[in-house]
Design a binder for this molecule. Structure first.
Ligand code: SF4
Ligand code: SF4
Length: 370
């Protein structure tokens, strides 16, 4: 039976550069990013924006790396705004001076998401290996002064999860309206540092209880999203809301991907927007079609009653943990590889971690790419 034609993407995620002044230990950029210095030109990105809108995308996120390192960001935002996208900037804050904020506002930017690494200068600056905590607090004021909704994102892990109370308090002081407390997803640099970053069950339970208490206290004045981790749950998640169903990511050098880490999967060809239109990439390319729907599944997913709920989980996680991109996501307790996830959680519970943290940076990237 021919599978039904997929609908259009809702989100276009423009990863406009992998360059970044920060060195986060959980960075989601590819570990070998330093070997990929090539970036699409302004003209290429303007075409990608037009093609994405014609395809049906209504939200456009500018991310990186640090997207503010591209000097054409204002021009790209202006075009995205003119095309009718709802535009988002996902930033560390570095480079968001009052002057650039005013220019981005004038270009029509709708939304800024500011990331913090923790609630204290010492920890924020340690985890990003930069002195950026004070700058981020000033940027939060700039965001509010420009009338953008104040949206904060903090990636949670073993080294900061005990500070959730103070993190939420800080967000409240800064006037945040939305706070995403996103437990680390273990891909890319976070996978390299997994033994140091994976929290214990008790740490997670406490962090969730603290978040619930703040929700009860603040009501609707600040919305708190606690994004649960999958390693501890025994259940897979519908990754990117379904492969090739909602998100279309374009990498700095122009690869069109169903999610920002999918390039790691072996034997899967993803098109470059320099050579193929976004519409052809979305509807016709092997990369987008391979894991759409459920027909690709093998056991235990193939006969599982949950297959429509989670679509077998994350392909990148299956590859990273089981070295089999078609396997059930190993976080699922029905997966034949689930004991590898249990072993990682057991190691976190034991607290035995002897290797040093690896901070994202070009020298480490070249070393790990080997
Ligand atoms: S996670 Fe950190 S290092 Fe990676 S792109 Fe974001 S701010 Fe830069
Ligand atoms: S076996 Fe596959 S489809 Fe079933 S719950 Fe696990 S990951 Fe989901």
């Amino acid at each position: 039976m021919t599978p039904p034609r997929p609908g259009p993407p809702l989100w276009l995620l423009a990863e406009i550069t992998y360059r970044c002044p920060l060195h986060c230990v959980f960075c989601y950029n590819p570990v070998d990013y330093a070997a990929r210095p090539d970036e699409l030109s302004t003209a290429d990105w303007l075409r990608v924006l037009r093609e994405g809108r014609a395809l049906g995308a209504v939200q456009c996120g500018f991310s990186g790396g640090e997207p503010l390192l591209r000097e054409d960001l204002e021009e790209l935002v202006a075009e995205a705004h003119r095309l009718g996208y709802y535009t988002n900037l996902l930033t560390s804050g570095v480079g968001l001076t009052p002057e650039r904020a005013a220019a981005l506002k004038a270009a029509g930017l709708d939304h800024v998401q500011l990331s913090f690494q923790d609630s204290t200068r010492e920890s924020n600056d340690f985890l990003s290996h930069t002195r950026t905590f004070d700058l981020k607090r000033r940027v939060a004021e700039t965001i509010r002064a420009n009338g953008w909704p104040m949206v904060m994102n903090v990636v949670l892990h073993r080294l900061n999860i005990a500070h959730v109370d103070r993190i939420i308090e800080m967000a409240h002081e800064l006037g945040a309206e939305y706070v995403e407390l996103a437990n680390t997803q273990y891909y890319s640099w976070a996978f390299v540092n997994r033994a140091q970053l994976l929290p214990t069950r008790e740490q997670l339970r406490r962090a969730e209880a603290v978040t619930d208490a703040w929700r009860a206290k603040l009501g609707d004045s600040m919305r708190l999203f606690f994004v649960a981790p999958d390693y501890h749950e025994g259940r897979a998640k519908k990754c990117v809301n379904g492969w090739g169903s909602m998100f279309l990511t374009v990498t700095p050098e122009g690869l069109a991907l169903p999610c920002h880490t999918a390039r790691m999967l072996p034997g899967l060809a993803f098109p470059n927007v320099r050579e193929m239109s976004l519409a052809s990439a979305w509807y016709e390319s092997e990369g987008f079609n391979r894991y759409r729907g459920t027909a690709w599944m093998k056991e235990p997913c193939a006969s599982c009653e949950h297959q429509a709920e989670d679509l077998g989980g994350c392909r990148c996680q299956a590859w990273l943990i089981a070295q089999d991109a078609e396997a059930a996501d190993p976080v699922c307790r029905k997966s034949p590889h689930h004991e590898r996830v249990l072993a990682a959680v057991a190691q976190a519970e034991a607290g035995v971690v002897e290797q040093p943290l690896v901070f994202r940076g070009p020298a480490e990237s070249r070393r790990l790419a080997g």
